[in-house]
Design a binder for this molecule. Sequence first.
Ligand code: GLU
Length: 295
Amino acid sequence: MAPQPVFRFAPSPNGALHLGHAYSALFTAQAAQAARGRFLLRIEDIDGARTREDHVENIYRDLAWLGLTWETPVRRQSHHAPDYRAALAKLEALGVLYPCYATRGDIAAVIRDLPDHPKDPDGSPLYPGLHRNLSEAERRQFAEAGRPAALRLDMARACEIAHGMSAAPLTFTEDGEGVAGACGLLPARPEIWGDVVLARKDINNSYHLAVVVDDALQRVSTVTRGQDLFFATHLHRLLQVLLGLPEPRYRHHRLIRDEAGEKLSKSAGDRSLASLREHGVTARQVRDHLAANPP
Ligand code: GLU
């Protein structure tokens, strides 16, 4: 018998959920229901400084208000540090990680002198490689001086190793709608991210690492999420190959936007579900509105 499909909604508790989250959660729950699959909720709280317990409680409250139910216990990333450490150790053993002691200022200073330096899909300049080839002695010096290190992925080496592990080109399957309408079997191009940070200095972890580890541990079969994470999928496929993890299918959806056409954001104080509720809007109205006005 084929295993039951698994879907997940994975919010970060660093602000209040808004209509965009409601759409994503309902989209995922509907996909799970249509496939007679399981619907999981995961709290992505690796960033302790930005996590607030009241946001976690509000996520549960808002989703329950929308009429959703999910399996318990809910996986909270902050409770699973050893899983992420094990993944880092595996990448380290492959020789695809290196410590980077450079500060934001050091990196910005190098980029300032590089006109037309390429940017990653989020619009940040690609890492210019300044600590990629430090000698062991230089690394020791930084470490002895107490300089904290981030761990970066040596992208060129990682792509080479992944290629050696599987001669087939790196691809992913998009069952929804990627950026610019991309769908079907798509080439993964992780190199668009350059030497991305996989373990931040402050938390020894990163979104990209944790999400890939968790989707595998939770046996997620289809990753549903907004198109803002479409390009992240290119990198996630590379990490899955390096870590020997199963390949989920992907289903990205368009983003709910505000009147100015901008993506909704927690930090911009976009109308939260809680404030809609306080203003007398019902969950049914939210569901009907999103069903009638899909992005
Ligand atoms: N935690 C991420 C967010 O709230 C979503 C992660 C994902 O769906 O892959 O944007």
